[in-house]
Design a protein around this ligand. Structure first.
Ligand code: 6CS
Length: 338
């Protein structure tokens, strides 16, 4: 190498080193969720990944349901900092953050999709109060979003609470859901997701509830014969980051993450338009003998009556803090209803 070439090569190396010192570090972040990659949580996660990777040098590694264990496992891994992001429904978080069980007060959330979406966008309870409660558990709550009307799938027809008598009904593992199905007349059986299909197949349980897309994708219709719309709830879910991880990020990265969440949030609401009907059509095609019933207002009345007890139990379980959240949620809901 000539003297001049050596000087130029040295300068180039110094410039490259300086650039690598000032450039933000490119990291790989792990994100786990409770559903398959093609389910709603997977579609949200994929959109979030695309946004993060398009707007930063960071990479997101996705872990769908089953790859790292059950819902409770991925939450533990996130709290421990092994994962950076987790999507977990309050159906499971309710045992960690009792106030999150408010999403299981039946008939609290509106059935109108536009109203529901606007509630999630604007709710003070969701966007200001819940983040403080999640923070107490080392979690940065990034957003919550709905995943569709919850339906009951059972082996026998359900027209009212009497039909749930002696029915062992699987619920997610949170105490208020247990109380809810007790009030609905069933024998609630809290189980992690992985035990539901087999439990129905072997008749250990005889019913479960979930949004329609999930009934279809997980083939719940193979092991139950009746689908009942009682209008009692819409499935809520939440995305969180490990708080130490999030707080350790630059302001620029935090903003980039929040922007990616906002894009994925709107995307997933849009994606779900018509999804319940599409899933129902796919189920009817796969199993023409399935019976689908939408309960009339009259048939819903006793379930709605039972909801009052569940609300009272929620307040009993969570005290002033739960009461405050519930009241704020009601005010937020009133703001979005016409
Ligand atoms: O029922 C459950 O356990 C599951 N349901 C949905 C819609 N998502 C994840 C959750 O594990």
């Amino acid at each position: 190498m000539t003297f001049m070439k050596r000087i130029l090569a040295g300068t180039a190396a110094t410039v490259a080193l300086a650039a690598s010192m000032t450039a933000a570090q490119a990291d790989t972040w792990r994100y786990a969720f409770e559903e398959a990659i093609t389910d709603v949580q997977g579609v949200f996660a994929t959109k979030f990944k695309e946004e993060v990777e398009a707007n930063s040098d960071h990479e997101i590694q996705l872990f769908p349901y089953g790859t790292l264990g059950e819902s409770a496992d991925i939450m533990e891994q996130t709290q421990a900092g092994i994962l950076q992001f987790v999507n977990q429904s309050p159906g499971f978080t309710g045992s960690l953050i009792p106030e999150a069980q408010v999403f299981f007060v039946p008939y609290l959330l509106p059935q109108d999709e536009k109203e529901l979406n606007e509630f999630f966008r604007t709710s003070k309870a969701i966007n200001e109060m819940f983040p403080e409660l999640y923070a107490e558990q080392g979690l940065e709550l990034l957003t919550m979003y709905p995943e569709g009307e919850v339906v009951m799938t059972t082996k026998e027809p359900v027209a009212g609470p009497a039909d749930l008598n002696e029915v062992k009904f699987r619920v997610m593992t949170n105490p208020l859901l247990v109380e809810s199905y007790k009030a609905f007349g069933a024998t609630p059986t809290p189980l992690p997701w992985g035990e539901v299909y087999g439990g129905l197949q072997t008749n250990i349980i005889q019913g479960q509830e979930n949004p329609m897309f999930f009934v279809e994708s997980t083939k719940m219709y193979e092991v139950t014969d009746y689908i009942t719309f009682a209008g009692h709830n819409n499935f809520t879910t939440a995305i969180m980051a490990n708080q130490d991880f999030f707080e350790g990020l630059s302001e620029e990265d935090q903003k980039m993450i929040n922007d990616a969440i906002d894009v994925a949030f709107e995307y997933i609401l849009d994606y779900q338009q018509g999804l319940t009907e599409e899933s129902l059509a796919a189920i009817k095609e796969a199993k023409p003998s399935i019976t689908v019933t939408r309960l009339s207002d009259e048939q819903r009345a006793p379930f709605m009556e039972a909801a009052k007890d569940v609300e009272a139990q929620f307040i009993e379980m969570t005290g002033d803090s739960g009461k405050e959240i519930l009241e704020q949620m009601k005010a937020d809901l009133a703001n979005v209803s016409d």
